[in-house]
Design a protein around this ligand. Sequence first.
Ligand SMILES: Cc1cc2nc3c(=O)[nH]c(=O)nc-3n(C[C@H](O)[C@H](O)[C@H](O)COP(=O)(O)O)c2cc1C
Length: 412
Amino acid sequence: MVQRQFPRPAELFELMKFKKPELDAKKRRLQGALTIADLRDIAKRRTPKAAFDYTDGAAEGELSLARARQAFEDVEFSPRILRPAAEVDTSSTILGGPSAYPFAIAPTGFTRLMQTEGEVAGAGAAGAAGIPFTLSTLGTTSIEGVKAANPDGRNWFQLYVMRQREISYGLVERAAAAGFDTLQFTVDTPVAGARLRDKRNGFSIPPQLTAGTIVNAIPRPWWWFDFLTTPKLEFASLQSTGGTVGELLDAAMDPTISFDDLDVIRGMWPGKIVIKGVQNVDDAKALAAAGVDGIILSNHGGRQLDRAPIPFHLLPDVVREVGADVEIGVDTGIMNGADIVASVALGAKFTMIGRAYLYGLMAGGRAGVDRTIEILTGELVRTMKLLGASSLAELEPAHVTQLQRLVPRAAG
Ligand SMILES: Cc1cc2nc3c(=O)[nH]c(=O)nc-3n(C[C@H](O)[C@H](O)[C@H](O)COP(=O)(O)O)c2cc1C
């Protein structure tokens, strides 16, 4: 028999522990986001459709991106037991410099479109967290502006080699003069991928006001307030001729770039040089033989060739073939700190985040990027502890099985 009693008000009172409400709406919004997907939801609510779709979207049927994310979801972790991991060391040396975590912020074009703080928010947040920040050739903050936002941290510059070579070379010289330590030469963009959402939205650069954009703006007043009350949104290093981002890329990029261009750029750049957009073992071998410092396995977040190889699937073969000669980075599809852990376990020296950073930016400017990094590092540390790994060096291939919903092509 259960013994019953009259409820005692004092006991009830003890149970009522209401937290002090957070009055700062932005803080409340960001603290409520527990995952990068949560930040994406907030970003979608707050950003005009064309800008959100430009960021969130990929090329053609968006299969490259969906598959890359699925490959991370299909990781099976194998934890080791009774290995004390009360504290974990997440730091390492990446491309000759320190990084507090094995990830960097990826280069993204037109970043102030997503939220007016743009690259300044990304560089500042990266500097505060002790990770590198990469500025795109198509950035909306100057090289010097990024240096000012992240004066003591590591800045990397991403290079597109353009038809007008002198523009590209001028940027390389400026980045070197500003103390950027690594150059990322992107090679997966001979022409622009077909970003169908941009076409459907009639999205152009600079953004045009249409009846549709005006209706869409009504529930998103803060974005428009920022847009209209801050310096004009334009490329910091490039003249826009109008049109979609795809049309602009096609006009600016040189589809004839080759290994000869790599030699020229290496001659101009005093720091580390990394090739971004490598998608097979043979190219990785050729680049290692050419003496680059690193390669980034990437399909550009699925924004270029659709149905491209899944970068995470390429890791084991590429690490086996060239891992001793070059540092290997990987990106595309990272939405969780555990994705970063899995990549490091399979031999990546570092990873990069594109949209995860931009969702945070759209959700709350600098504070939103801080929240992105907080979420990812929390997941990363927790996953390492649950695996029983107290440092990045202790992560090993045995920790990860790549389940085969999508079967990678056999090596050889
Ligand atoms: C909105 C946006 C703009 C991008 N712009 C560039 C760019 O200018 N140069 C470049 O090399 N990569 C660019 N990328 C690709 C990223 O550097 C990175 O490879 C990709 O975002 C990684 O995938 P994730 O978004 O799933 O993390 C862009 C990606 C996005 C989402």
